[in-house]
Write a protein that binds this ligand. Structure first.
Ligand code: C2E
Ligand code: MG
Ligand code: MG
Ligand code: MG
Length: 277
């Protein structure tokens, strides 16, 4: 009976394990193909200042496969990191950012375009050259681009010289998802970043959880002391926005203002041709 039961259990579990690893394998091989063909797309999510005026936008990668439909970056970015496809994805993102920054400047607007970087991209010797090349090709200044790094990217001290050079070139460095890593506040804030993006987990809880609002207050105080600009991500309600603004946050991003949208739609909105409501 025990044997039969064990067998039954295997029959229950095995298919789902197989499904997961099958999906992984298929995604990995499709990623390789699609990275080679630059088949990713990017959406833009605007950021606004304390008056609600647009300051720029962050590019967020999108990937759709024939087999599985749209895949979240939360699922495929780690796979791209492991497989090396991130190098090509990162290159496509930089070129997309350069082109968009050029379009924006052509409209006479002074807005920044932000791209997300994976830790692994900072270990690619060619990254610096690639970033400068994107600027040259589209006739923009590095200052028009913002590079969003996570705490894990900074955890490795060997990337420091590269970060200093990027900053010297004029790129703005922003620390993304701040508060979710394990490193100490003081260590992190010694990094050569100019902006800190407070993770949306703290923003979400700010109106209900005293601990979350204390973390935000502490972060803002240190940032002010060090002359760092602050951004709140994942702002979804007016109550959150008002609290964060009262606390002194400089920039805001979240569904309250706009969801990520196709780049053309954002450009149309900027031209005043977008839907007005
Ligand atoms: P992130 O850089 O922290 O981006 C913010 C994420 O929060 C995005 O998810 C965005 O769609 C979502 N978001 C924005 N506002 C709100 C809000 O008000 N409420 C909620 N619930 N969510 C909001 P997305 O697009 O799924 O991206 C997830 C993560 O994937 C990003 O987190 C980033 O770490 C990574 N990622 C995205 N694009 C790229 C890329 O081009 N390169 C690399 N290396 N990573 C990327
Ligand atoms: Mg980001
Ligand atoms: Mg973020
Ligand atoms: Mg985040």
């Amino acid at each position: 009976a025990a044997k039969a039961q064990g067998k039954n259990r295997l029959q229950i579990y095995e298919p789902s394990i197989d499904q997961d690893s099958l999906r992984r394998v298929r995604l990995l091989s499709q990623l390789r193909v699609d990275a080679e063909r630059s088949a990713f797309t990017f959406e833009a999510q605007p950021k606004v200042d304390r008056e609600g005026k647009v300051t720029g936008a962050e590019l967020l990668v999108r990937w759709t496969t024939r087999e599985f439909g749209a895949i979240s970056p939360v699922e495929f970015i780690p796979l791209a990191e492991q497989s090396g496809a991130i190098e090509l994805l990162g290159r496509q993102a930089l070129l997309c950012a350069g082109r968009l920054a050029q379009d924006i400047a052509a409209k006479g607007l002074r807005l920044h375009i932000a791209v997300n970087l994976s830790p692994r991209q900072l270990h690619n010797m060619a990254f610096e050259r690639m970033a400068l090349h994107a600027c040259e090709r589209f006739g923009i200044k590095p200052a028009q681009l913002e590079l969003e790094l996570t705490e894990s990217a900074l955890a490795d001290a060997s990337v420091l010289p590269l970060l200093r050079r990027l900053r010297n070139h004029g790129f703005t460095l922003a620390l993304d998802d701040f508060g979710t890593g394990y490193s100490s506040l003081s260590y992190l804030l010694k990094q050569p970043v100019q902006k800190v993006k407070i993770d949306r987990a703290f923003v979400r809880d700010i109106t209900s959880d005293n601990a979350a609002s204390e973390v935000i207050k502490g972060t803002l105080q240190i940032c002010r002391g060090l002359g760092l600009k602050t951004v709140a991500e994942g702002v979804e309600t007016w109550a959150q926005f008002e609290m964060l603004r009262d606390l002194g946050v400089d920039e805001f991003q979240g569904y309250l203002f706009a969801r990520p949208m196709p780049i053309d739609q954002w450009l149309a909105q900027l031209a005043g041709e977008g839907p007005t409501d």
